[in-house]
Design a protein around this ligand. Sequence first.
Ligand code: PLP
Length: 416
Amino acid sequence: MVKLAIHGGEPVRRSPFPTVNDKSGRNIGREELELLKRVVESGALFRYSGTMVSSFEREFAGFLGVKHAVASTSGTAALHIATGAAGIGPGMEVITSPLTDIGTIIAILGQNAIPVFADIDPDTYNLDPEDVRNKVTDKTRAVIAVHIFGLPADMDPLVELAEEKDLVLIEDCAQAYLAEYKGRLVGTIGDIGCFSLQQSKHMFTGDGGITVTDDDELARKARLFMDKGWDRSLGLPRAYVMLGFNYRMTELQGAVARAQLKKVRWVVERRRRVAESLTKKISGIDGLIPPKVPKGCKHSYWLYPLKIELSMFDATLDDIVKALQAEGIPAGAGYIGKPIYMAPLFTEKRGYGGTKCPWICPLYGREIDYYEGLCPQAEKTIRQLITLPCNEYFTEEDVEDIAEALEKVLYYYRRR
Ligand SMILES: *Cc1c(COP(=O)(O)O)cnc(C)c1O
């Protein structure tokens, strides 16, 4: 039997893979520099002094086919702008997924609202709409559906629930540029869609975000929330008409974002081709479950998630991932490691100023706890989950190396 690299054998791969952390795996260069140069030469780096950010907003809205887009400083800001614009506040509950980036939850706690976690579907890793329905109370005001890894959440039942219970439906599309659900782009299905431009996302400005909606009133409030709650159209005295923050994107980010927008379709199409090739190559490996894409959906593969049927192997998830890493494959175990509600922020309710606020807010007046067992499917799934990068610059050889390493490692650990 071939010796695993982790046991001193020859690794499948010695050279690094293209990565989103640098130029090896990112399409950035001349086009960005040209627009950046224009900004620097103009001396106008503030969004209301120049035109890059407002042009980016117009172009992004056109790209998705929505009426409004509001740019901001991060995906977290884009989500906070959504909850702020939607009037989420103290005493209200917002339901979301426990398998997500903390930015999703910051948008809830940032409005002093209470995050409530619904379980996930173990096949898609997205919210289970049935469990979302189970978690609705008279305090529920919104649902944030996360399109995790780039696969659309099951939106039809969520839209139906939101209409029935009068909830705001927010889409976290940070990982899902151009993902499609029954012919519709994610971000255009709920009331508000939120995107991130952080370094690792399909299009990137280092940090950045954008919030989209077709609703004029939500858009007006989103714009105010992004700009200190200041209605600049009303003159002096300065009209601070609501609580907002400074989430303004700079012209420098706006310049890069406009150039990136022209490339994102290519990025997504490349990733789809890479993922399809990898799925084909590994579909014969018993006990390894490639991403399942429900009928009518298009995945955009921010990451490539794999599930391992651990009962078929004499190894833990960590053993397998460490062995893959030793083979030169940049695999990860469990994405965020544990459901997000197991972080001390939640289990110990570490709130504002070291108090348990907002959980003890009198406007809430209820008890809620976060503990192991809260979302059993999420807990079980994360323990079986391997994430692989899916980069637009992966070659067929790169894909072959990943497949070969998976085969090698899983063959070794297979229970006989
Ligand atoms: C990246 C990400 C965010 C937060 O975006 P930032 O730009 O890092 O603030 C939120 N939700 C999901 C699902 C993400 O992947």
